[in-house]
Write a protein that binds this ligand. Structure first.
Ligand code: C5P
Length: 223
């Protein structure tokens, strides 16, 4: 039995990797499977929320009851998230934003509209990178932000970096993944950072951890 902890709430999430094109057939991505974000979306729906999931490319099925908007690039993910947040009237505003996506920090500024060809002289193409917008920090800086939850994958000094990242992104709750080895796995181990310190969620399946995270968010919202 799952209590309807988020009944009547609107939840917006990002999940999965982004894909940054180099040319029409090549690009740069990362090893995020989307499993953690999809599990959080599913848990939010189970808890009674109206859920919109903005997802980069993944092999996962859309969770039952969840509205999914598929994107490729970080810029598209940013634009869809901002449109979702601003297109709503006050009565249908987003209550909670959970940024689980592994967003590419950079995109290829000189992406080619045509497939790159090998040069006869053996020289390689030069890629120029430019920084992508930070979706979570942008949402957290809105005049009336939803309750913002960030994720962090740190390979070391998680306790130190986790709290620093929470402060830097200016979010009330930041979820640390312990270790890089969570990508693609079905289980995970989390640390929740908020203004009062940190709480461990011991290793468990991602769906079980997602339910615990939703309960932790609901408790902090006073729901
Ligand atoms: O700074 P870092 O990438 O480690 O922060 C991770 C958190 O910020 C995650 O919640 C991720 O979804 C979010 N993020 C974002 N947009 C970016 C980079 C990260 O929303 N461009």
């Amino acid at each position: 039995f799952q209590p309807k902890l988020l009944k009547g709430k609107r939840v917006l999430l990002t999940a999965g990797p982004t894909f940054e094109p180099i040319d029409p057939v090549r690009g740069i991505t990362n090893l995020s499977s989307g499993k953690m974000g999809y599990a959080v979306a599913r848990a939010a729906y189970e808890a009674g929320a109206e859920v919109t999931l903005v997802s980069g490319p993944t092999a996962l099925a859309t969770p039952y009851g969840v509205r999914r908007i598929s994107v490729q690039t970080a810029q598209q993910m940013h634009d869809i998230v901002m449109a979702q947040l601003t297109a709503q009237s006050a009565s249908s505003a987003t209550d909670i934003f959970v940024a689980v996506a592994a967003v590419a920090d950079w995109r290829v500024a000189n992406a080619s509209t045509q497939k790159l060809k090998k040069n006869a002289d053996g020289s390689a193409p030069e890629l120029v990178f430019e920084q992508n917008p930070d979706i979570l920090a942008t949402v957290a800086a809105l005049p009336k932000p939803p309750y913002c939850v960030g994720f962090a994958a740190e390979s070391e000094k998680l306790l130190q970096y986790g709290e620093a990242k929470r402060a830097r992104k200016n979010v009330p709750l930041l979820v640390g993944n312990i270790g890089h080895d969570t990508f693609g796995k079905d289980d995970n181990q989390l640390v929740l950072f908020d203004a009062n310190g940190h709480t461990d969620l011991p290793r468990a399946g991602k769906q079980q951890l997602a339910r615990q995270l939703i309960a932790a968010i609901a408790a902090r919202l006073g729901a």
